[in-house]
Design a protein around this ligand. Sequence first.
Ligand code: ATP
Ligand code: MG
Length: 138
Amino acid sequence: MSNRTFTMIKPDATRKGHTGAILQMINEAGFRIAAMKMTTLSKEKAGAFYAVHSERPFYGELVEFMSSGPITAAILEKENAVDDFRKLIGSTNPADAADGTIRKLFAASIGENAVHGSDSSENAILEGDFFFSKLEQF
Ligand code: ATP
Ligand code: MG
């Protein structure tokens, strides 16, 4: 059971002004913010972050989209953080996401799906370290 996960509020949700509402849902679900910053990913950085998907047909589109505007990156802490956060955000495709989830409420499509959530504890640590130095993780 992991107690930390990593998230990004993606460029679509940032553009639509949903950052505050999403952070409120994260807080109300019981997550503590252990690190947070608003920043823009270069194409190189977006490509590196999603390198695991580099052979997938949507990789180019994903890198374009993720570097298209500001994101908010954060490390979140809670018991069972990875699984509980994946439940809070809902399915990758918002059409399949459960009612009340962040993607159901704020995502437009499988590509522009409002938020990222780590898929494992190991990846949560790698992804958090990608954005934050140890001194920036509280
Ligand atoms: P994330 O890693 O962003 O939290 P996820 O774990 O739900 O999302 P992944 O399979 O890891 O989904 O895909 C990473 C991202 O790639 C998705 O969030 C989405 O933005 C994009 N993506 C995935 N599948 C598709 C697809 N079929 N078409 C377009 N974009 C896609
Ligand atoms: Mg993923």
